[in-house]
Design a protein around this ligand. Structure first.
Ligand SMILES: C[S@@+](CC[C@H](N)C(=O)[O-])C[C@H]1O[C@@H](n2cnc3c(N)ncnc32)[C@H](O)[C@@H]1O
Length: 365
């Protein structure tokens, strides 16, 4: 794989617009970040001419429609200059779904036709490469995407995710994540105009040790792991398949996010990037919130499991041996999620996927 296409395998989101339909929580996170994006826009010094934006790791674009609608409306209060928004995601992304959502071929309410001279472009370049021409970007945005590493540094021996890793496995993931975060920032520094801003919303481990699916009740990643281990014990999968199911993700702490931005000797600092602000916040699981109202365990479980599937089904499928038929692999994955769904239905108050993010604004001096 070429350097500019750096991307871990088997991490595609669900296609055909399913991603945005099933991930209401991710939209809640973006909506929460909208005032931060508008503040960054207002802080762009003496902007003239066309506006250049980028939404990195946009998936099918459905979850950020309202964000960009608000940005465009804000600019159009007193500015008629052209607005260009580049929607970037890895080349395996379902760009057909993105184009259909943006151009009004679905039930999603696109903002594109609300104003004149608003141009959406699609890019299959990874955020580990330079996506845009040098010095062209006014404001870059990314939500819930940069936890995907450029490569899996090793299989984690005792778990499916770095949040449960120990010793050398944990250290290898931390090292890879630091390198990847540096690469992401340096590529952005190349693209940004002087004074440009980045608003990056990323999964994190917060100051209370909370992270996605670990905000009280059952720890979602521990549950993934124990169910996958049980499939080994029950001889449904083998040890190699267990070990291959390592998600190529890392959740930084706020210190890890800030390190290259505040260390005067880092390449990122030398490239001109500075931290404006960072805060962490938890967005509650929308499905668990709904359950409090409707109190129907089966309904909760049936709505909740698809949101998990959107982002990790491809990794579970990829972990299974290709010596098995496609049907067999699909059946194992079905059974795996059925197990989880039954667990949720039988103890609904213990489950949920609260989102824990670091919300950052960065500028180029
Ligand atoms: C959980 S989705 C987030 C989508 C949307 N930003 C949101 O918040 O709802 C993560 C997205 O990041 C994309 N992604 C992962 N690695 C990437 C990379 N190296 N370059 C660009 N996009 C990447 C995935 O393909 C996926 O569409």
């Amino acid at each position: 794989m070429s350097k500019t296409k750096a991307q871990a395998d088997n991490i595609t989101m669900s296609g055909d617009g399913l991603y945005s339909l099933a991930t209401i929580g991710a939209k809640d996170v973006i909506d929460k970040a909208t005032p931060r994006v508008i503040a960054a826009l207002e802080a762009l010094d003496s902007h003239t001419g066309p506006w250049h934006f980028c939404d990195m790791g946009c998936a099918d674009g459905g979850t950020s429609l309202d964000l960009w609608r608000n940005v465009v409306r804000h600019i159009r209060k007193n500015d008629t200059a052209d607005i260009q928004i580049v929607y970037a995601d890895q080349a395996r992304n379902d760009f057909n779904a993105l184009v259909k959502i943006l151009h009004g071929l679905t039930d999603f309410d696109s903002y594109l036709d609300e104003h004149e001279n608003v141009h959406a472009l699609e890019s299959g370049s990874s955020f580990y490469s330079q996506i845009l021409p040098k010095g062209s970007l006014d404001l870059g945005f990314s939500a819930t995407a940069m936890h995907w590493l450029s490569r899996k540094p090793c299989n984690i021996k005792n778990h499916v995710h770095m949040v449960g890793a120990n010793g050398t496995d944990k250290a290898a993931f931390a090292q890879q994540a630091a390198l990847d975060w540096q690469t992401i920032l340096i590529q952005r520094a190349r693209e940004m105009k002087p004074g440009a801003k980045l608003v990056l919303i990323n999964f994190c481990i917060d100051e209370h040790g909370q992270y996605l699916g670990n905000t009280g009740g059952v720890n979602m990643f521990d549950n993934f792991n124990s169910n996958w281990q049980k499939f080994v014990d029950d001889k449904i999968i083998d040890e190699t398949e267990y070990a291959s199911m390592t998600l190529p993700q890392y959740y930084n702490s706020t210190d890890e996010f800030c390190a290259p931005l505040v260390d005067k000797n880092s390449q990122v600092h030398k490239a001109g990037l500075r931290l404006v602000s960072i805060e962490t916040a938890v967005v509650p699981c929308p499905f668990a919130q709904e359950f409090i109202k409707h109190k129907n365990p089966e309904q909760f479980a049936a709505a909740y499991i698809p949101t998990i599937r959107t982002w990790n089904e491809s990794t579970f499928m990829g972990a299974l041996s290709t010596k098995r038929s496609l049907n067999e692999r699909q059946q194992i994955v079905e059974d795996y999620y059925d197990t989880y769904q039954q667990q949720v239905a039988s103890a609904p108050e213990k489950h949920g996927m609260g989102y824990v993010h670091a919300y950052m604004t960065i500028e180029k001096v």
